[in-house]
Ligand binder design. Sequence first.
Ligand SMILES: NC(=O)c1ccc[n+]([C@@H]2O[C@H](COP(=O)([O-])OP(=O)(O)OC[C@H]3O[C@@H](n4cnc5c(N)ncnc54)[C@H](O)[C@@H]3O)[C@@H](O)[C@H]2O)c1
Ligand SMILES: [Zn+2]
Length: 358
Amino acid sequence: MKILNVDLGDRSYPIFIGAGLLNQSELIAPYIKGQSVAIVSNTTVAPLYLEKVHEHTKNLSSIDVILPDGEKYKTMETLGQIHTEMLQARCDRKTTLVALGGGVVGDVSGFAAATYQRGINFIQVPTTLLSMVDSSVGGKTGVNHFLGKNMIGAFHQPQCVIIDTDTLNTLEDRELSAGIAEVIKYGYINDLGFIEWLDENMEKLLNRDKEALAYAIFKSCEYKAKIVAADEKETGQRALLNLGHTFGHAIETGMGYGNWLHGEAVSAGMVMAAQLSKEHGWLSEDDVESMKALLRKANLPVEPPAEISSERFNELMSIDKKVQDGVLHLVLMKSLGDSFICSDFDKQALLRVLGVSS
Ligand SMILES: NC(=O)c1ccc[n+]([C@@H]2O[C@H](COP(=O)([O-])OP(=O)(O)OC[C@H]3O[C@@H](n4cnc5c(N)ncnc54)[C@H](O)[C@@H]3O)[C@@H](O)[C@H]2O)c1
Ligand SMILES: [Zn+2]
């Protein structure tokens, strides 16, 4: 088992990473405060892993809250369902909420824990690669509003995160690859050596090799934890984690949510960020090609969908601009493995990358 500490002063917490951790009964107990737990999961994950979590809560009063599966249920209504079931079961301020599932369950449950009786303890048990390496680290919780994704939420740090890599055995291949996109992202943000490791070990990751997965997850959580510890509320450096995301969000919005998985959109988005970096002379054609080759190895897309015209893409990118004080900030690369936040990029170069003829 690997243990990583997320350093946030009195809100610091450990992340446990390893195969079969859900079978280790002594692991969760110290982090459960009080005598009752509410386990929140969904209709897909509960039949697979809820029993294992019950083993940890046998001596406590415990309720299960089972949500419908899907991003479209990451809403205020679902948040209300959790609150209602907890109130009906007389959960109190000492109840610990355990979130068992992917990023959707983690985000909505975390927000429920942040708001139930002004905030209760919670434990994350992420079960998708994306939630292990990204959403379960950093304390962002929330739900979608019909006017925008993740628009309503709170920062709320968990007591601990339990990552049992065995749970990935049941994850669909496409979801696994989408999670790998975020893993690759960390390499391009700050560690070329990690990119080389990923290149050598991609097949093992796709075959769900326990050691390789645990290493990749540990490194990813370590990078994210470091950035979050330096900038918890995203006033600066935390935005580096958005590499590929401004382009990616445009793809997700343009295609309609759910048609491209988030990680797939980020993958094509990273290539576009690399192409724009090449336009500035910071990356070479070979650099861009090597990035594409790695993403392809992970079965990820390296081009935006043909369905979105260049003009529409440009429009979608400027929508992102509106939410950032009128200035478009992009994460670009000075070299592979060295990203930075840039707002004074060449606007014509961006149009060339998008394929807009001037
Ligand atoms: N809070 C943050 O910092 C942060 C960061 C990144 C993403 N997110 C959020 O995370 C969400 C996406 O998370 P996701 O990619 O995990 O999607 P998800 O939670 O929808 O999970 C993907 C699918 O896999 C299923 N699943 C989960 N675990 C499984 C398992 N072990 N075996 C089989 N099936 C399993 C789920 O039921 C779902 O159908 C988005 O809502 C996004 O906004 C949050
Ligand atoms: Zn992401």
